[in-house]
Design a protein around this ligand. Structure first.
Ligand code: SF4
Length: 183
C-alpha cells in the first residue's frame, strides 16, 4: 500500500519536474544560433516550461550541449554536469554534439556521450527549432516514464549490461589528467 502512495508521489514530482526545466546551454559553435531561434517568440520554448536558461549549473537541471566539443573543453563540460542540480538531464543538440559531426580529427570529441551520459540526441546540422522542441518533448516523456539516465541510476538499474554507477565524476577524480569516460 505504502508503495502505491510512493509511486503516486513520484508521478506527481516527475510531472512537476518536466514542466519546470531550467536549461544550461553549453553553446560552443554555430548551433547556438538555432538555440536562440528556439528560445525566441516565434517558436516559444516557454510553451513547454523550459524558458529560463541558467548560467550557473547549480541552478539548472537540463544541460543542452550545443555545438562541437573539443578535447580541451571536455573536462569543463564534465565538471559542469557534475555540478548540476539533481535529478539532471542531458540533450545533445546537433550532429557535432551527438557524434563529433564532420570533424574527424584528434582535437574533437566524437560525441559528448564519451564524457557524460546523454538522454536525447537531436540530429541535424543545425537542427531546426521544431526538432529541438521535439527533443525537449522526448526528454519530458522520459522524465514521466522514469527512463532518463539519472532516474535509472538512482534505481540502481543496469544499463547495456553494465551498472550505471560508478558516476563519471568519481572516475574523473580517480584519474586526474585523463578524460573521464562513461563506462
Ligand atoms: S552541427 Fe552543424 S551547425 Fe551545429 S555546431 Fe556542428 S557544424 Fe555547426
Amino acid at each position: 500500500m505504502a508503495e502505491n502512495y510512493l509511486t503516486k508521489l513520484d508521478d506527481a514530482l516527475n510531472w512537476a519536474r518536466k514542466y519546470s526545466l531550467f536549461t544550461y546551454p553549453f553553446a560552443t559553435a554555430c548551433c547556438a544560433m538555432e538555440f536562440m531561434a528556439t528560445m525566441a517568440p516565434k517558436h516559444d520554448i516557454a510553451r513547454f516550461g523550459a524558458e529560463f536558461p541558467r548560467f550557473s549549473p547549480r541552478q539548472a537541471d537540463l544541460l543542452i550541449i550545443i555545438g562541437t566539443i573539443t578535447e580541451k573543453q571536455a573536462p569543463a563540460l564534465h565538471r559542469i554536469w557534475a555540478q548540476m542540480a539533481e535529478p539532471k538531464y542531458v540533450m545533445a543538440f546537433g550532429v557535432c554534439a551527438s557524434t563529433g559531426g564532420f570533424y574527424q580529427n584528434y582535437g574533437t570529441v566524437p560525441g559528448c556521450d564519451q564524457i557524460i551520459p546523454v538522454d536525447v540526441y537531436v540530429p541535424g546540422c543545425p537542427p531546426r527549432p521544431e526538432q529541438v522542441l521535439d527533443g525537449l518533448i522526448l526528454v519530458q516523456k522520459k522524465i514521466t516514464e522514469g527512463t532518463t539516465w539519472v532516474q535509472r541510476r538512482d534505481r540502481g538499474e543496469k544499463h547495456g549490461g553494465e551498472w550505471v554507477t560508478p558516476r563519471p565524476s568519481e572516475n574523473a577524480e580517480k584519474k586526474p589528467g585523463h578524460l573521464p569516460v562513461v563506462s
